[in-house]
Design a protein around this ligand. Sequence first.
Ligand SMILES: Cc1cc2nc3c(=O)[nH]c(=O)nc-3n(C[C@H](O)[C@H](O)[C@H](O)COP(=O)(O)O)c2cc1C
Length: 189
Amino acid sequence: MSADGNFYVKRRSVLARKMSSEPIKDADLKTILNAGIRVPDHGALNPWKITVINKEKQKIIDEQIILSEYKKENPDANEQNLQIEANRLQRASVVLAVLSTPVEHPKIPNWEMVLSSGAVCMNLLSCAQSLGYAAQWLTEWYAYNEKMLEYLGGRPNIDKISGFIYIGHKIEEPNERKRPNPEKVISYL
Ligand SMILES: Cc1cc2nc3c(=O)[nH]c(=O)nc-3n(C[C@H](O)[C@H](O)[C@H](O)COP(=O)(O)O)c2cc1C
């Protein structure tokens, strides 16, 4: 196995609103999921969960959770905003919800378990992008909604939604975005 790192220095997300949502190959989804759970994980505690949200379930969650919770919090929302909320997850072919599900441990800090769930998100994202798919890691407001957390099987006040990994197809190649100045964020001792 060899890799020259080139993929990682060019990797780029595609905005969910700019992807198209035809199905992706089952075999690719399996590869992406396997990459997602192959992450550094101190003590092999597996303190995370991935939920695959396919087209049918996207529509149900969009209507019964996202739109309905949005309406509760925004009773005066206009039609345009309601349309956006009614179609959030349906922007993607498939959405992978990643939950951070830390456990009590005498030695391993909660922080490290949370970090490991971020690694799951990044592996899912990078793997999907390496296969040529459009993908984006989003939280948006509904990652912080308790009804959503519970719908995904999360325990209130313990588990958290680390992200929704949106995966779809590229309609066009994305433009590069502003990247950090290496000199400002990397130092050599
Ligand atoms: C935890 C997390 C949550 C994010 N949530 C959002 C979001 O809600 N809305 C958004 O526009 N971008 C969000 N982003 C940023 C997007 O993933 C964005 O596409 C990304 O910064 C593009 O970077 P890349 O091209 O290096 O992958 C989030 C990023 C992370 C790490």
